[in-house]
Design a protein around this ligand. Structure first.
Ligand SMILES: C[S@@+](CC[C@H](N)C(=O)[O-])C[C@H]1O[C@@H](n2cnc3c(N)ncnc32)[C@H](O)[C@@H]1O
Length: 414
């Protein structure tokens, strides 16, 4: 059984308030119902006076045909550009013991990124392109990135344990989710799986996410809203507004299901067998229900309930998703005498006192600061002049869950 809360965080995380996304209950504005021109998108992000200026520009006479031909294509005009105030940045700093410190925060003019590697004012980040390397006040190198959805869900605030991205990818494939699909989820938890479902079904699809606990329901909504707000600023386009968060025990939602046809169902909750009889009638025949369970005894309970209650599900697959992390890194030659005496940089460092501290993530490849600088320099080195060590990392992700793929079948024709 997965525990709720109390887990070690992989990185610290700070959000500023006021993300500009409308609270629940308001009429839904679906971004795809109105396709905005690039100019209109820019106009909406500006203060009113400047927006009016852009509006006047839009109304100006059109450029002659030859000038139009020289203009950049529309796609180029909407490409995500440099970091802007209000979006999320992921700052990465290399640390000892093969670790990378990852800090995610919302960019606010006047704020400062703080770590024990030094300070970096947000105003120095705003205007830089993602992928830029900067130095902190203490001289540490910081790589600046726009967080991917995977990085965001691993670093965002958590209530209950999230479904891990490696498992989510497998579940999306099991359910064969397509853009435009309607998917039901229980429970929302911290909202990690919900965000991936939202991405998979796209602007024409719909995710209906049930959660029994008020605090988890609020957190999932908040994490979703923050991602949408940051996406809008960073990518200059709307993230699909396609999730209905519902605060309700799924096992009491039979009436809600009557009006629904579901392409897929995913259950990440205690006692998923209590939800199956409720959601089953709305799941289309041939559709898949994926269940995420931590213990094999829970898997047995689930399958036993399906058998004894004669629910129309066939268990097609039970899997555990394991990833094996590898280290590939230059070795140091001791005393420069024999290539037999090579050790990985990892072994040469003193052993870490404890397991992971907060804010650190095991990296696949580690270079010391000196070597890191070297790898960034223009010096050409003979191909393979440095011996490399390649072996599975001593740190491997532990078991996360069993994924159960259940297929709904139709009644047997006589
Ligand atoms: C492990 S968490 C889900 C994590 C989520 N998938 C994520 O990626 O963030 C399980 C959630 O199921 C909720 N839950 C448990 N029983 C439920 C029920 N009968 N109906 C709706 N939600 C339920 C819990 O409150 C909890 O928030």
């Amino acid at each position: 059984m997965r525990v709720c809360g109390g887990l070690r965080r992989a990185a610290s995380f700070a959000f500023s308030s006021g993300d500009g996304v409308g609270p629940g209950g308001k009429p839904r504005r679906r971004a795809w119902e109105k396709s905005l021109s690039p100019l209109e998108r820019v106009r909406r992000m500006l203060p009113p006076e400047e927006a009016a200026e852009v509006g006047r520009f839009a109304e100006a006479p059109q450029a002659p045909a030859e000038e139009k031909a020289a203009a950049p294509p529309e796609a180029a005009a909407t490409q995500p550009g440099p970091f802007r105030a209000g979006e999320l940045v992921l700052a990465e700093m290399r640390r000892k013991y093969n670790r990378t410190l990852k800090l995610m925060c919302r960019l606010v003019v006047g704020s400062v990124l703080t770590s024990n590697g030094g300070l970096l004012p947000h105003r120095d980040i705003i205007g830089q392109m993602p992928g830029q390397m900067l130095r902190t006040s203490a001289g540490a190198r910081v790589l600046l990135k726009r967080p991917s959805l995977e990085e965001y869900v691993l670093l965002m605030p958590r209530g209950p344990t999230i479904a891990y991205p490696k498992d989510i990818s497998a579940m999306l494939m099991m359910m064969d989710i397509q853009p435009g699909d309607t998917v039901l989820e229980a429970g929302s938890g911290s909202g990690a799986l919900t965000l991936f479902l939202s991405k998979a079904v796209g602007p024409k699809g719909r995710v209906i996410s049930y959660e029994i606990r008020d605090d988890h329901h609020s957190l999932a909504k908040k994490n979703y809203r923050h991602w949408c707000a940051a996406w809008k600023i960073g990518h200059m386009e709307e993230w699909p507004d396609n999730v209905d968060f519902i605060l309700k025990d799924i096992s009491t939602a039979a009436m809600d299901m009557k009006s629904l046809t579901l392409d897929a169902v995913v259950l990440d909750m205690l006692n998923p067998q209590s939800a199956l009889p409720v959601v089953q009638p709305s799941l289309k025949q041939g559709g898949v229900c994926t269940v995420y369970l931590a213990n094999i005894t829970q898997v047995i309970d689930l399958l036993d309930r399906i058998r004894t209650s004669r629910l129309p599900f066939l268990c097609e697959k039970i899997i555990e998703v394991t990833h094996r992390d590898w280290l590939v890194l230059p070795a140091k030659i001791k005393n420069f005498k024999s290539s037999q005496a090579v050790e990985t940089l990892e072994n040469i460092e003193e052993t870490p006192q404890k397991e992971y501290e907060e804010n650190y993530i095991q990296d696949q490849v580690v270079l010391t600061e000196g070597e890191y600088n070297e790898s960034l320099s223009d010096d050409t080195e003979t191909h393979c002049s440095v011996p490399y060590i390649a072996r599975p990392s001593s740190w491997q992700d532990a078991h996360s869950a069993f994924l159960i793929k259940l297929r709904k079948f139709g009644p047997l024709h006589a």
